[in-house]
Design a protein around this ligand. Structure first.
Ligand SMILES: NC(=O)c1ccc[n+]([C@@H]2O[C@H](COP(=O)([O-])OP(=O)(O)OC[C@H]3O[C@@H](n4cnc5c(N)ncnc54)[C@H](OP(=O)(O)O)[C@@H]3O)[C@@H](O)[C@H]2O)c1
Length: 248
């Protein structure tokens, strides 16, 4: 019998997939939410099946979270799976889904701003709210995936950094609102996996990382697992950035 049910948004590839893999290996039954990476998620599940004999390692839920219907489907799908698995509520919820594009501040459209607010703030707010009863029953652990941009000016990223700051504050507030039943924390990766458009900038960042390398998805997943296993940690942010945020 698995430890319980965990849900990871945007879990089909990149860092999300590594978090899913770690949760499965720690014996969680993982709901892998995806928008377009269904095939990657199914491949991951098939791969991990070999690690856990006959018991399924989890399942895939497809939803476009930019729409209200997509979000409602995800909430309903999670409730259904929790009930089908006879699970004691929801044990882990990782808000990992994200968008990351660069655009000069003066040319960010209202539509782009709203999509960032939607994915980084509205969805984590409403998804946590929609599953609060299940999180309380499961003594759940909620983790917001943010980044290390807080308090600094980043070229062409105002729409991204301001909405991730909103997610950070939402998680800190919920650490109070949902206590004592549910713990809420954040993981803030530094330079881990570059987006296609930022290879050059990424290389210059890595030169300034005290530990001398970019992070690996496994480094981020370890911090997530640490939070899931640390029963007395709530309202914290773990920077997984090789010391970058304190570099001179
Ligand atoms: N990569 C880094 O170095 C880095 C640095 C700092 C912080 N972070 C944070 O760490 C987390 C993981 O990073 P990442 O680079 O692996 O993330 P990512 O590739 O930018 O995005 C993760 C997933 O979000 C999903 N997503 C995007 N729009 C969606 C929508 N409308 N509806 C549903 N899902 C949607 C996508 O799922 P599909 O593929 O299924 O479409 C995507 O695979 C993110 O929260 C990110 O902000 C990453």
């Amino acid at each position: 019998m698995a430890k319980g049910v965990a849900l990871v948004t945007g879990g089909g590839r990149r860092i999300g997939a590594e978090i899913v893999r770690s949760l499965i290996r720690a014996d969680w039954y993982v709901l892998i939410h995806v928008r377009s990476s269904k095939d990657d998620a199914l491949e991951l599940l098939a791969d991990e099946q070999t690690h856990s004999a006959e018991q399924p390692a989890g399942e895939v839920l497809v939803a476009d979270l930019s729409t209200d219907e997509g979000l409602a489907d995800l909430i309903e799908g999670a409730k259904r799976v929790i009930s089908e698995q006879n699970a004691q509520g929801l044990g882990v919820l990782v808000h990992n889904a994200s968008i990351y594009t660069t655009k000069d501040y003066e040319s960010v459209s209202l539509e782009e701003l709203r999509l960032n607010i939607r994915i980084h703030l509205e969805v984590p707010f409403l998804l946590t709210q929609g599953l609060t009863a299940q999180l309380k029953t499961g003594s759940g652990c909620v983790i917001g995936m943010i980044d290390t941009s807080l308090g600094r000016a980043w070229d062409g990223l105002s729409h991204y950094t301001s909405t991730k700051a909103g997610l950070r504050q939402l998680m800190m507030n919920l650490a109070g609102d949902l206590a004592p039943d549910v713990r809420v924390n954040c993981v803030a990766p530094g330079a881990v996996l570059a987006a296609d458009w930022e290879a050059e900038h990424f290389a210059s960042v890595i030169e300034r990382v005290p530990l001398g390398r970019g992070g690996a998805p496994e480094d981020v997943a370890k911090a997530v697992m640490f939070l899931t296993e640390s029963a007395y940690l709530s309202g914290q942010v773990i920077n997984v950035d090789g010391g970058w945020s304190v570099a001179p």
